[in-house]
Design a protein around this ligand. Structure first.
Ligand SMILES: [Fe+2]
Length: 305
């Protein structure tokens, strides 16, 4: 597909557009750190931290992602679910795997391989992270948006990924993205079955993947077999600008103002970006850090929260 030698990800980099959903193929299937036994070991090292999240298979596309663990608790621990994910009736996420020294090497090896091609179109890569999803058969990942660009790699099993465009305001409004960037609140990101008709739909099997731009809404359903998926995420100068504009829009909404549609008024968006950036400057050294990570200092790796 690509004329550039890429050992990990094979996609049409010449056609890569950081704001367009795009499929790819990858060569991570046999990576030792993605085998079941190693995932169990990683799960053990995540015990007692915030670096895991799990719920049972009764969740639906419309479940509030942030409430899912409380509403649909797993019968077994996350580690025990990982040991037998095929029969666990569970969805287990190992978060921020870059915080684990072994897995940081994997995150770096994959993102380093892609970084030159990414930055030809989308410079300023920072806040790199990795996430491993293990899910039992017939289990959904609720409809949601994320705070970074996402490369999703299917490793084992098959699943259907529904993705909507980053600028699709019919399935996720400007205000939903505003409040999400301000406080990571998904309460305005609400599922409707009719959305399926306007989705980009990918039937992923091992070796396949899909790139999803910042805040592209998505929802996932596993097939009748268990699934393992790893995603690599990062932010760039452009995602930071996008998030800052959304944060300023949300602040103006709290003041009773109605911002114009996102992306339709370059003068407004430029002023909103400058104002959001000024807030950081005004805080100054030693000031309280802004609530929103998009306004914080850039760091090479995402910070577990
Ligand atoms: Fe996601």
């Amino acid at each position: 597909m690509s004329s550039m030698p890429v050992s990990v990800v094979d996609m049409d980099w010449d056609a890569f557009d950081p704001w367009r959903i795009q499929p790819f193929r990858h060569a991570l299937l046999d990576h030792p750190l993605l085998q079941s036994e190693q995932l169990v070991e990683l799960g053990k090292r995540c015990r007692g931290t915030t670096r895991w999240y799990a719920f049972n298979s009764d969740v639906t596309a419309g479940t509030d992602f942030d409430e899912a663990a409380q509403l649909f608790p797993c019968a077994k621990s996350a580690v025990d679910s990982l040991r037998d994910i095929g029969k666990a009736n569970a969805w287990v996420l190992l978060r921020h795997i870059q915080a684990d020294p072994l897995y940081r090497e994997l995150v770096d090896s994959v993102i380093n391989a892609m970084q030159p091609m990414i930055e030809r179109k989308d410079p300023g890569l920072y806040y790199r992270a990795g996430w491993i999803f293990s899910a039992s058969p017939n289990t959904a990942t609720p409809f949601h948006i994320d705070r970074s660009h996402v490369f999703l790699f299917q490793v084992r099993g098959t699943k259907t990924v529904y993705v909507w465009d980053a600028e699709d305001t019919q399935v996720c409004s400007d205000r939903a993205r505003d409040v999400f960037h301000m406080s990571h609140d998904l309460s305005r990101t609400l599922w409707n079955e009719s959305f399926r008709q306007r989705a980009h739909v990918f039937q992923l099997s091992p070796g396949m993947g899909v790139y999803m731009p910042l805040t592209s809404p998505h929802m996932v359903e596993t097939s009748n077999e268990a699934s393992t998926t790893i995603s690599f995420t990062y932010n760039t100068d452009a995602t930071r600008r996008n998030a800052k504009v959304h944060v300023m829009r949300e602040m103006l909404s709290h003041l009773g103002m109605t911002p114009p549609d996102f992306g339709r008024n370059p003068v407004f968006d430029g002023a909103a970006f400058a104002a959001a950036s000024a807030i950081v400057v005004c805080r100054g050294p030693g000031g309280h850090p802004p609530a929103c990570p998009s306004l914080r200092k850039k760091t090479a790796y995402a910070v577990a929260d």
